[in-house]
Design a protein around this ligand. Structure first.
Ligand SMILES: Nc1ncnc2c1ncn2[C@@H]1O[C@H](COP(=O)(O)OP(=O)(O)OP(=O)(O)O)[C@@H](O)[C@H]1O
Ligand SMILES: [Mg+2]
Length: 280
């Protein structure tokens, strides 16, 4: 594995081309040390993820190179369908089952149109709560819950991107400490710890907070905490720690529930099972 890659990966590495012989491939995402393709082969549809070291405002981020292997290992501990993973020249890769369907963010787009009278469907929120409950029931935390990570399929909802999940033993070779997630969904105790020490211990309560923040932003378009869009990450985190919380404006019966999920003190938040019960 090399250091920072100057250009994002635009081609699938030989190891994936040889191993999966894709009949078609579509680039889904290409940013910050990660590239995702949707590939189709005789065996079915897969998401192929490539990780490589990433240079950001906070310096070189070597962990993005390890993330696909870490995720592949975790998916194999949690799922019956196998996920292949390994190393390529710039980092690690995985090829996991493709999950069909819109994300929570896409599904509730209509609710965010100004003047819209479309209400966020509680049944969708319940389906999302159920996949989190399944994970928590196995003793895991997802640690990176955000609206794009719920794929709401016709049969079932999937929670994708388990690269930061905690709960079982991960080989030291591709493990790395949790240094926070997408700040909009970070619970105050996570932001505080990242500011003070550079890392944090994600918990099931911080997952519940992130889920509450995901429901709020998907339904209304606003973040749980107010800060300028272009504020540097430490400033955003400080705003979360200082508790500059917006009022929860989700319409309908979910309003009070989301408010409870976004409680400042993790002890005051409902468990995911209580969330599921309230939604059903
Ligand atoms: N198994 C999958 N099935 C369907 N789509 C997927 C799958 N895995 C990833 N994707 C798509 O690729 C996007 C990025 O994937 P993922 O979140 O796992 O990567 P990432 O490198 O962590 O990106 P980000 O920094 O945005 O979190 C997802 O939002 C989704 O659109
Ligand atoms: Mg992700």
């Amino acid at each position: 594995m090399k250091g920072a890659r100057p250009l994002p990966a635009k081609e699938l590495p030989i190891v994936i081309l040889d191993g999966f012989a894709p009949t078609s491939q579509r680039l889904v995402l290409d940013r910050r040390g990660s590239t995702v393709w949707e590939i189709e082969s005789e065996r079915g549809k897969y998401a192929a993820k490539l990780g490589y070291a990433n240079e950001s405002s906070e310096g070189i981020q070597p962990w993005t190179a390890l993330a696909p292997a870490r995720e592949g290992h975790i998916l194999n501990m949690l799922n019956e369908e196998p996920t292949a993973f390994g190393e390529w020249e710039e980092g690690t890769w995985n090829v996991q089952p493709w999950r069909e369907g819109p994300s929570l963010w896409q599904l509730w787009e209509g609710c965010r149109v100004p003047g819209s009278r479309m209400e966020p469907h509680q049944s969708v929120a319940l389906a999302c709560a159920e996949v989190i409950a399944e994970l928590h029931g196995k003793g895991w935390t997802h640690s990176d819950i955000q609206p794009a990570h719920f794929v709401v399929g016709p049969e079932r909802t999937h929670l994708i991107d388990l690269a930061l999940a905690r709960g079982g033993r991960v080989s030291a070779g591709f493990d790395f400490p949790f240094r926070g997630c997408l700040v909009h969904y970070e619970a105050p105790e996570i932001s505080r710890s990242v500011l003070e020490t550079g890392w944090a211990e994600p918990t099931q309560a911080s997952d519940v907070y992130a889920f509450g923040a995901s429901l709020l932003i998907s339904a209304t378009g606003v973040r749980a905490v107010e800060y300028p869009d272009d504020a540097p990450r430490p400033v955003q985190r400080q705003a979360i720690v200082d508790g500059r919380h917006r009022d929860v404006t989700v319409s309908g019966p979910m309003r009070s529930l989301v408010r409870e999920m976004l409680r400042y003190d993790p002890k005051d938040r409902p468990t995911i099972y209580e969330v599921g019960k309230a939604l059903s």
